[in-house]
Ligand binder design. Structure first.
Ligand code: NI
Length: 398
């Protein structure tokens, strides 16, 4: 049906057409491949934003830039009513692509390895469907093309620049290569974790590695800190609370026979319970400080709060689930399995109720993999789902 290079076979295209899901003006596969070929990382999405605006223009829709490289577009329906928003993230990752696809990235070291190229095409497809049916629904649909999701900085910049002004509810999707195409994952409540970051500097006294007693070794202290930090998740916070403390960077030293005078660690914490988040910096300071002291070193800790958990509103999620069932069939709507991954969609949910769901994209590799790819059949399906979600939300909220 589909080869791994994403070529849409005719019979599946016909199947989509029968369901009334085919775009007329925009070719979503072409758009996705164009964006895929020209990926841009966080806050550098200049070309991406201008391509989005050109396609909106083709649909006779006015748009404006928001937060630098983001785009906002309001589609007015017939008559007054509430405003709801549909959001797509548009940035790529600093990964060297290894798919060998004919539309592989031409930007060295940059790749759409999280499928945000498909999110752009899907939201444009939803825009075409909504614009074509604007006589049939009331109110306004705001399209939010958001930059910089991967560094969890884009959503807050969009909000600062007025993206949510007047908006009552927000919806979004993320492709999921582990789900078959034609399925969706939907769940209410907390689905993705809060994400913070920390940096630790351990300072000791350097010297010759053959005479360790004349030094205070920050590498040994930092190694003990990496191990000791795991007691926060396993021994200090209740085992009933999901929490992750991961060290992802450990930098120290210049060569094998010198003990350096400092070691640096960087890491991330993940959790769902905000009380856990409040406790973490203090707990880490105690654990790290005491371990460093035991090794006759000093420790400095910097802890930054980044994003809160993604918590899907119950009634908006019921709405999304009913649309997915109607469009995909009951058996193709699954749970959105809770993960410790994060997503700055939560920034919008701090302000207005929202729901993000997963769209089956059936890829051979996971998100952020250098060979990541999607089954392009999901583009039209996603566009149809978002358009129907928007219409139903306007009908219910109005
Ligand atoms: Ni992503």
């Amino acid at each position: 049906m589909i080869d791994l290079h994403g070529n849409l076979a005719y019979h599946s295209a016909d199947k989509i057409k029968e369901k009334g899901h085919f775009s007329v003006i925009l070719d979503l596969i072409e758009i996705r491949r164009d964006i895929h070929r020209h990926p841009e990382t966080a806050f550098k999405e200049e070309r991406t934003a201008s391509v989005i605006q050109q396609h909106l223009k083709r649909l006779d829709l006015d748009s404006r830039r928001c937060a630098g490289t983001g785009v906002i577009c309001d589609i007015q329906g017939k008559g007054p009513g509430p405003t709801i928003a549909l959001r797509a993230d548009i940035d790529a990752l600093p990964i060297t692509e290894a798919t060998g696809l004919p539309f592989q990235s031409v930007n060295q070291g940059v790749m759409h390895a999280c499928g945000h190229d498909s999110h752009v095409a899907i939201l444009l497809g939803a825009a075409e469907r909504l614009a074509a049916t604007r006589e049939q629904w009331p109110g306004t649909v705001r399209l939010i093309f958001q930059p910089a999701e991967e560094v969890v900085g884009g959503a807050s910049k969009m909000v600062e620049d007025g993206a949510l002004a007047g908006v009552r509810a927000i919806f979004g999707l993320h492709n999921d290569p582990t789900l078959p195409v034609g399925t969706a994952g939907v769940a209410a409540g907390p689905v993705m974790a809060a994400s913070d970051r920390f940096a630790v500097t351990i300072t000791g006294k350097g010297g010759h590695a053959a005479y360790p007693h004349q030094t205070t070794d920050p590498i040994l202290a930092a190694a003990a800190v990496v191990v000791g930090l795991q007691t926060i998740a396993s021994r200090i916070i209740s085992p009933l609370e999901p929490v992750v403390v991961s060290v992802g960077q450990f930098h120290a030293g210049t060569t094998g026979n010198i003990i350096p005078d400092r070691a640096e660690l960087r890491g991330t914490t993940r959790y769902f319970n905000l009380k856990v988040g409040e406790e973490l910096p203090g707990l880490m300071e105690t654990v790290i400080g005491q371990i460093a002291k035991g090794y006759r070193c000093r420790a400095e800790i910097k802890y930054d709060y980044l994003v809160k958990p993604v918590v899907n509103d119950a009634s908006l999620t019921a709405l999304v689930r009913s649309v997915c069932r109607q469009e995909l069939g009951d058996g193709n709507v699954r749970d959105f399995d809770k993960v410790m991954g994060a997503e700055d969609f939560s920034v919008y949910q701090q302000i207005i109720p929202g729901c993000i769901f997963r769209l089956g994209s059936e890829g051979p590799f996971g998100l952020h993999h250098p060979q990541f790819n999607i089954n392009e059949e999901c583009l039209d399906i996603g566009a149809g789902l978002l358009a129907e979600v928007a219409k139903k939300a306007l009908a219910e909220l109005g």
